[in-house]
Design a protein around this ligand. Structure first.
Ligand SMILES: [Zn+2]
Length: 211
């Protein structure tokens, strides 16, 4: 049994290690800016380096808990000399990595405190996954909300194309009796007793379809 337990421990340790991204380089600098709960600016010499915290995703500015998440990261790193363990770059060319200040891994601490999600789409880090579960169970930070909107869902909803009411189709119907113009989504489009196709500027717009 002890042998089995030892094997299990080894396997688990292997899995946990394997899930963590490899550090490609390390540098130290002063944190001179906190953009939001997962992005900071680090001054290295005279160069400002934007660092996107690997493996986590924080609420966006304007999203619920966005400000408090930013404050939480500020409290951990702002104005401090920090070590960045770079693991790569994201598609915007930003440095990806873990940021460590006062011996604290800010990436992990943000998830632990409930101020950021484990970014599962890009990270299989079992440690972050476990910290997120604990934060959720304890209803810490943004988990006080039983149904918080994940930042990736929030961003996707903002990117979704807005449905334009027919104004782009170029087809309008003018009721030649009332002088009211309808667009093609309107139930009155081509359905009035008298009328004709018209331009967008003829008549006055229908109060229901907007003309
Ligand atoms: Zn109408």
């Amino acid at each position: 049994m002890r042998y089995l337990a030892a094997i299990t421990t080894l396997l688990l340790a292997g899995l946990l290690t394997a899930a963590q991204p490899k550090v490609v380089s390390e540098f130290t600098g002063r944190v001179v800016g906190v953009t939001d709960g997962d992005t900071v600016k680090v001054l290295v010499g005279t160069q400002s380096v934007t660092v996107r915290l690997e493996g986590i995703d924080a609420p966006e500015t304007g999203q619920a808990f966005g400000t408090r998440s930013k404050q939480a990261l500020s409290a951990l790193v702002f104005g401090k000399t920090a070590t960045v363990q770079k693991t790569g770059e994201d598609r915007f060319g930003r440095t990806l990595g873990a940021i460590i200040a006062d011996g604290v891994n800010a990436n992990a601490k943000m998830v632990e405190g409930g101020w950021a999600w484990h970014y599962k789409k890009y990270s299989t880090d079992a440690g972050l996954a476990a910290l997120e579960r604990q934060a959720k169970d304890a209803k810490r930070g943004l988990w006080a909300d039983p149904n918080p909107i994940a930042p990736w869902d929030y961003r996707a909803s903002r990117r979704a194309p807005k449905v334009e009411p027919a104004s782009g189709t170029g087809e309008y119907w003018l009721n030649t009796s009332s002088g009211v113009r309808h667009n093609s989504t309107c139930e009155n489009f081509k359905k009035t007793k008298r009328g004709r196709l018209s331009s967008k500027t003829e008549g006055r717009p229908c109060g229901i379809c907007g003309g």
